[in-house]
Design a protein around this ligand. Structure first.
Ligand SMILES: *Cc1c(COP(=O)(O)O)cnc(C)c1O
Length: 462
């Protein structure tokens, strides 16, 4: 198994290289050269297996023997032992045929733990084997930073530097990052906004001289291993509901499209999926593209579901590559045009996408209404991201006899602001985190200057 770029110009890479690389040199994203197949028999044989064992079987072909089976099994087991629910990602039945897939039982209470608990361990394994160390740099407005820190805190060969905008992330989110007191974890509060932090990380990737040859690794959702890890829960939940004999549909609260794309990969591998419903908040580029063929940027809106606040969905490129029959030149041309001006997809790829994907956009006042309505009907308090999914699943349900699985991407305690606005007293943090607000914090405040940040990284990496 080799990995190729969606723009068709960068060299093909091995699994190990692709995990360590991030973005392709031609500006594209890496995808597997061939989609491995899960036969109906292989799917049927997964019924009743542990999540870790299903994860091992689903991901094995992507790893391509580059980690030996026993070692990889061990890595997977360790990664998912950090989840507080024995099922790792339990299914919760809401009504006759609508299910919530609870992806928020990991260390930071959002679905990004599923991928980042694994990615940190895989990176550490490859670095150890090569006798190298690496530096991770990332900018965060919330979920990704804490999940990446939790995923790397035990990694001997990695130092992680996460930049967040000073005084502009919620207290819970900041503390989830700054109370991790490991020697290889560095939190930097930037005196600026999220875009300033993001720009400094981008500039550091573009010119890495300040690290004197040490590798810089990206853990954002363009990293293939994150997609790979997310394929697993689509397979596991569908098998739990009777796949491959029975089809299911999925509804996914979406932003950068990494999560839905993983579902699409599960479908391409052979999982019987009737449809994917893409839920967006007011930042609705995915919905506008699918529903109205309006593939254009719109100004960022700050919403009650902040982890879905995006202008461009980076991973949508991976789906476009499939829709355009893996024509890297066509994808490159489309995305160049998109960067410059409002554009549209060609007819054939668009109609291909519409066969499998539906979409719905949910604004802030509707998010609050849905949190109340879902509680009234099911006794569940949904987090604001999951609320967009709940509404989209109902509106774009399709065939009612097909089970609908809505992905619950965060625990409601993590986004208490929306829950309180919806009229509830709030949601307590789960027991293993109930002392979060008393724990010791550690972080460094730096000006929004590239040289200051790079000096800090260079001096503190081990
Ligand atoms: C990151 C995130 C999303 C969006 O996921 P994508 O893979 O970027 O589409 C949705 N909900 C929550 C809670 C998140 O943290």
């Amino acid at each position: 198994m080799r990995y190729i770029s969606t723009r068709g110009q960068a060299p093909a890479l091995s699994f190990e290289e692709v995990v360590l690389t991030g973005m392709a040199s031609d500006g594209g994203l890496y995808v597997p050269e061939h989609v491995p197949e899960l036969s109906q028999d292989e799917l049927a044989a997964m019924a009743g297996l542990s999540y870790a064992e299903i994860a091992f079987r689903v991901m094995k072909p992507f790893v391509n023997g580059e980690i030996d089976d026993e070692t990889f099994r061990g890595i997977v087991k360790e990664a998912y032992a950090t989840f507080s629910h024995d099922a790792v990602v339990p299914l919760n039945q809401l009504d006759a045929n609508h299910f919530l897939l609870e992806l928020f039982h990991g260390p930071t209470l959002a679905f990004k733990d599923v991928a980042l608990q694994l990615l940190g361990r895989i990176l550490d394994h490859f670095l150890k084997k090569r006798g190298e160390r690496a530096v991770i740099m990332g900018a965060t407005s919330g979920d990704t930073g804490s999940a990446a820190i939790e995923g790397c805190r035990h990694c001997d060969n990695l130092d992680i530097f996460i930049l967040h905008p000073h005084n502009r992330v919620s207290e819970v989110q900041r503390r989830q990052m700054t109370t991790v007191l490991a020697d290889n974890v560095f939190n930097v509060a930037i005196e600026g906004n999220f875009d300033d932090a993001q720009a400094m990380v981008k500039a550091s990737f573009a010119d890495q001289d300040f690290l004197n040859g040490t590798r810089l690794v990206a853990v954002n959702s363009i990293n293939w291993a994150r997609i790979m890890a997310q394929i697993v829960y689509y397979v596991a939940s569908a098998v739990a509901l009777g796949a491959p004999q029975r089809k299911v549909s999925f509804c996914v609260p979406s932003a950068n499209f990494g999560n839905v794309f993983a579902g699409y990969m599960a479908y391409r591998m052979g999982l019987p999926v009737e449809r994917f419903v893409i839920a967006t908040n007011a930042n609705d580029i995915l919905h506008r593209t699918l529903a109205a063929n309006d593939f254009s940027k719109k100004e960022l809106v700050a919403t009650l579901a902040p982890s879905m606040d995006i202008v461009v969905s980076s991973n949508f490129e991976r789906l476009l590559f499939e829709a355009y029959d893996r024509d890297g030149k066509a994808v490159d041309a489309l995305l160049e045009r998109f960067q410059a001006e409002p554009t549209a997809l060609a007819e054939a790829p668009l109609s291909r996408l519409r066969k499998r994907f539906a979409s719905h956009s949910v604004d802030d006042s509707t998010i609050l209404e849905v949190i109340r309505e879902a509680h009234h009907r099911t006794q569940e308090i949904l987090d604001p991201h999951t609320a967009t999914g709940y509404r989209a699943a109902e509106r774009e349900r399709g065939d009612e006899s097909v089970p609908m699985i809505t992905l619950a991407t965060a625990h409601p305690a993590k986004f208490a602001e929306a829950v309180v606005k919806a009229g509830f007293p709030g949601v307590p943090l789960p027991p293993h985190m109930d002392d979060l607000l008393e724990r010791e914090e550690r972080y460094t405040v730096l000006p929004a200057e590239l040289s200051a940040v790079q000096r800090f990284v260079a001096e503190n990496r081990r």
